[in-house]
Design a protein around this ligand. Sequence first.
Ligand code: GLY
Length: 384
Amino acid sequence: MGAAVDRTDVVVAGGGLIGLSVAWRAAQRGLSVTVVDESPGAGASQAAAGMLAPVTEAAYGETDLLRLCLTSLQRYPDFAAEVEAAGGRPVGLRTVGTLVVGFDEDDMRELDALHGYQRELGLAAERLTPRETRRREPSLTPRVRGGLAVDGDHSVDGRALHAGLLAAAEATGVEVLRARVRELQVTDGRATGVVLDGGRELPAGQVVLALGAHSGGLPGVPPLPVRPVKGQILRLAGAEGLLEGTVRALVRGRHVYLVPYAGDGLIIGATTEDRGFDATVTAGGVHDLLHDAIEVVPGVTELELVETLARWRPGTADNAPLLGSSGLPGLVLATGHHRNGVLLTPVTGDVVAEHLATGEVPELAAPFTVDRFVRADRLERTSP
Ligand code: GLY
């Protein structure tokens, strides 16, 4: 057993966007906070394209999640400004809107179905002719069949945001320990801290689990419905002036997105694969992404391919996060954000910090406690 250090109010396991946002907000409420991560921001936060796109990603049956996403989007401008002020660096928030385009007739049918759903929910989205679509983004191929303009869906530079949040959290008194959490410490049925590789113990009043796709695998943590959903992503350079904002495209039934960032950068993403913790960047994955991106924006051919990367979204059965109580006293969840980690960073920081400080989960986050799965599981087992 290693030497114990002073007990902090909160230990956050995981220094990605979600963990840092929770830590920062908790420290602002006067709690003493330690974040533990051997390489903060090297997980999904590093791969994320940074789309803030609840309207273009709206999916049937996910209205609670949509409400949470829209709330977080609404908080983004103030959040970004606050991170920039506290962290002393820009975070690359782009508020120029998002265009969704279709390539063939079936793609357009899917796009029209999405538009119908958006209108049903009262979300702002404008259907565009091919000419109008290309007027918005002249680099699009003339073969594009039409589009949807969603002026309220934005993007942020995920890596810049992470660097800003790290600086902001440290400036607010958060201690960031570069170490690997080996296990959750549980004493008399309560989470009482974490144990690091090498045996050092970090006792804490509460532990926040923000390990993304790895959240379910930490020894001591009760079984959690979180699985890794692999995404391969590409970074290119030389794209200055190529696109004004994010372009999401349906190319013969396949989805691809192109997100400009940091002057001349362009992110192309992403595959969605259930392959466990496989970090391989495959020839097929890169081929499909580049092929579809070039179909939509032929100028991509000229760009420099500077980075390929695979990471894991923390997926859940209903694509929504796990926030608040874990069922194990002392262990608080901030995980399972699946495709929406960057978008949900501000609201997750707010609601989980409130839970840490008061024990309450704000009404907005009530649908996202883990017991929704326990209830569903019980129902399944008791129904004939
Ligand atoms: N939100 C984009 C993705 O997960 O690929």
